[in-house]
Design a protein around this ligand. Structure first.
Ligand SMILES: *[C@@H]1O[C@H](CO)[C@@H](O)[C@H](O)[C@H]1NC(C)=O
Length: 391
């Protein structure tokens, strides 16, 4: 497949479908869509029935998002353009000299006092040289309650418009409300790249213990933490986790985010992260020229694969964990572990015998999470293989 010309990459980055040789691309897309529909439809129907929302509800919401409120004042009567300007203003205020911001997203369930967002902010204060990074953090809120709570605890908040959809409840993993929220987040991140800002996106259930910048790869466009790391940063068999990534704004990353976001239509009912772990193999991603690096769980760990060396750990994610109560329970223990480590004298800190006491409540969901992932991977990879064979 020919690499698309520079100009076409930039002309309409938000709406374009990838294209290579027109006949092949069309045939392939049609075959992929057909097969994807064949395989996914029964699942989708079962799944929608299970979560009790009609197709129309979730698809009706699929229209383009708007940005609803500002970092400071209320949004009544503001039009889209001025809201866009407000996003630019908050990004501008929070960004580092090289136009990099740290972003996280928040809904009401994660915002209440003592909940995930408080632990997140606390981790920056108790991390090693991480508190100064807070001035580059923008908290993107999904609902009004989260916005109000954010405004109480942090200077840079941005309300992402939700057009009547209420994202404030706890979203159980893989319910349709959860999926809507995840895809909306991805589309928002694309818009940040289009504005020329690089970002570290971090889920709020990731504790920051050390500054991650020294462990990033200078030449990469897109770097992502892993649920499972195979020991080689360029190996596509690493299982990326969408909850933590560092992305440079350039034509390759913008095109990749557009492609990723569009791919939700090919794999209905799936999580952005699961779709990432399929499309990372797509030849189009190589055509774009996107330089991907997977981050080692030695530095960027989580409950799926904990960082084994507390002397090296930068971040720890409450991944492989379903349910807010379990998450908060284990995050608190993890923060306690970190504080006990910090209080040790230097000679004891270096001892390798230190281990996390987590996951505890989160442990049991790990199996189902990984099983789900493996099934999905198999299913989708075989769809892709068939699609290629048919063209
Ligand atoms: C890492 O993975 C890449 C891509 O799969 C491969 O080309 C390279 O040889 C691997 N490096 C090592 C040291 O195994």
């Amino acid at each position: 497949m020919a690499r698309p010309a520079r100009q076409s990459l930039m002309s309409a980055p938000s709406t374009k479908r990838p294209r290579g040789h027109p006949r092949h691309a069309l045939g392939r897309a049609a075959a992929a869509l057909f097969l994807a529909t064949l395989v996914a439809l029964p699942f989708a129907v079962l799944y929608r029935a299970a979560v009790g929302r009609s197709l129309q509800d979730s698809w009706g919401w699929d229209s383009l998002p708007s940005v609803e409120a500002s970092e400071e004042e209320g949004s009544e009567g503001d039009d889209l353009d001025s809201e866009d300007l407000k996003l630019e203003r908050v990004l501008n205020k929070a960004s580092m000299e090289d136009n990099t911001v740290i972003l996280t997203t928040l809904n009401a369930a994660w915002a209440s006092p003592g909940s995930v967002i408080d632990l997140f902010i606390d981790s920056f204060h108790s991390g090693v040289r991480t508190s100064s990074l807070l001035k580059h953090l923008v908290i993107v809120t999904f609902d009004w309650k989260a916005y109000e709570q954010c405004a109480k605890i942090h200077p840079y908040c941005f309300a992402l418009g939700t057009e009547g959809v209420d994202f404030s409840d706890e979203k159980r993993f893989l319910t349709s409300g959860y999926l809507d929220m995840m895809w909306k987040r991805l589309d928002f991140l694309r818009s940040v790249l289009e504005k020329g800002y690089n970002f570290i996106f971090s889920d709020a259930d990731i504790m920051w213990f050390r500054n991650p910048f020294p462990h990033f790869y200078p030449e990469a466009d897109f770097q992502i933490a892993c649920d499972h790391y195979v020991g080689n940063a360029t190996d596509l068999r690493n299982i990326g986790n969408g909850g933590f990534n560092y992305v440079k704004s350039n034509e390759r990353s913008i095109e990749f985010y557009s492609f990723w976001y569009l791919s939700r239509l090919r794999y209905p009912g799936y999580h952005d992260q699961d779709v990432f772990n399929v499309i990372k193999h797509d030849p189009y991603v190589a055509d774009i020229g996107l330089k991907i690096k997977f981050l080692s769980t030695t530095y960027f760990g989580g409950f799926c694969e904990p960082s084994r060396d507390i002397n090296k750990v930068c971040t720890m994610h409450a991944n492989c964990c379903i349910g807010l109560r379990s998450k908060i329970h284990d995050l608190r223990i993890m923060m306690d572990d970190w504080r006990s480590y910090l209080s040790l004298p230097p000679n004891l800190k270096r001892l390798q015998t230190l281990a996390w006491r987590v996951p505890q409540n989160c442990r049991f969901s790990m199996v189902s999470r990984i099983t789900h992932r493996i099934n999905l991977d198999r299913c989708l990879v075989s769809i892709d293989a068939n699609a290629i064979a048919l063209t």
